[in-house]
Each structure stands twice: as structure tokens, then as C-alpha cells.
Design a protein around this ligand. Structure first.
Ligand SMILES: [Zn+2]
Length: 200
């Protein structure tokens, strides 16, 4: 029924469209995986799409391509589409909270299966499950993360050159900055950290 409602675009039947964050894709920003360089369209353009590390051509990301086509303003939405609801895959939310390297590891699936068996399916967990109901069967941090994703209180670090985007909860972001900035010796690295934070 959810699929029918999405296909029919009927706002009375389905009040929002579910999509993922475009930043989550692995070619969103422009960059070089091997050089650890990731740039928003404007910065890549200013550098002439040349990598500041290896001086070769950068792998152009989706956002820059869209900007170049520029036949519609950013944030444009077609008229008959109900509001967007942005979600992220449950297994990858759990992976992020547990600090697991891959979503496929057993400790992630154990939590995932607990939630699915209690609430029926992934959409019920992501869209409807109450915090206290979830916290009865899984770690409260997981329950909190699901609520945050639902309320879109999350940052996504854009993917680039084959590297997937990453889920970051604002709290984590502050911790990362605290850890890294006092130890930075390179101005470039500080600048890049700031531009990433600005983007959020
Ligand atoms: Zn490079």
C-alpha cells in the first residue's frame, strides 16, 4: 500500500515522499578518494577542477553536474509532489551508533532484527516506533538515533569519488572538532574541517 501511494503521488493517501539524503550517495561532491580531497561545487570550480594534492583532474560529483545544468534553482520541487521525508537505512543508523565498520556485521543485525520483530518492518521502526517502546528492547542510544533521523536532526557528510556519505549526529561532530583542531598543524586541514562544518 505504501508503494501504491508513492506511485500515485496522492497527497491524501500519502503525506510525504520518502527519499534518502542525496549527500549519502557515493558521488555527491567532487573529489579524489586517494588524496582524501572532497569539495563542494563552488570550491572545485574555483580550483578549476584540479586536485590540490596530486594536480590531476578531480572526479566530478553529482551536485556539481546538477549545478552546471542549472535549469532549475536549488531546492526546486515539482508541483504535484507531496513534501519530502528524508530517511536513512535502519541498518546503517545502527552501524553508526555502534561504531561498526560495516552494516553487515552480526552485532548490527542483532539489533536490527530485534526492532523488526517488535515493530513489523523497517518503515514502522523509522516512522512510527516510540522512543520508550524501542528503548525497552534495544540500547537507548539506538532509539534516540532513530528518533533523530525521523526528525531530521542529523548531518550527512557528503560522499565523493566512490566514498559513501556518512551519518553524523551533531553531538559527534562537536567531539570530532574538539579532538582534531588543537592538534592540527596544517592550515589546509583546518580550513577543510571548517568548510565541512559550514556545509552542515
Ligand atoms: Zn588527487
Amino acid at each position: 500500500a505504501i508503494i501504491d501511494a508513492i506511485r500515485s503521488k496522492d497527497p491524501d493517501r500519502f503525506l510525504f515522499t520518502i527519499e534518502t539524503y542525496p549527500e549519502y550517495g557515493k558521488y555527491h561532491w567532487t573529489g579524489h578518494r586517494a588524496c582524501n580531497v572532497s569539495l563542494p561545487p563552488e570550491e572545485a570550480k574555483n580550483l578549476g577542477n584540479i586536485c590540490p594534492v596530486c594536480r590531476k583532474k578531480l572526479t566530478k560529483g553529482v551536485e556539481q553536474r546538477v549545478d552546471e545544468l542549472a535549469d532549475r534553482p536549488r531546492g526546486f520541487r515539482p508541483k504535484d509532489v507531496p513534501g519530502y521525508k528524508r530517511l536513512l537505512p535502519l541498518s546503517e543508523i545502527i552501524q553508526t551508533v555502534l561504531g561498526a565498520k560495516y552494516p553487515g556485521v552480526q552485532k548490527v543485525w542483532k539489533v536490527y532484527n530485534n526492532l523488526i520483530s517488535r515493530f513489523g518492518n523497517e518503515y514502522s521502526v523509522l516512522l512510527e516506533a516510540r522512543f520508550d517502546e524501542m528503548a525497552e528492547i534495544v540500547d537507548a542510544d539506538i532509539a534516540e538515533a532513530v528518533i533523530r533521523i525521523r526528525e531530521e536532526r542529523v548531518n550527512v557528510i557528503p560522499g565523493y569519488d566512490g566514498v559513501y556519505g556518512q551519518i553524523r549526529f551533531p553531538q559527534e561532530e562537536r567531539e570530532v572538532e574538539k579532538e582534531q583542531i588543537p592538534n592540527q598543524t596544517s592550515k589546509e586541514a583546518v580550513r577543510r574541517q571548517r568548510s565541512l562544518a559550514d556545509y552542515m
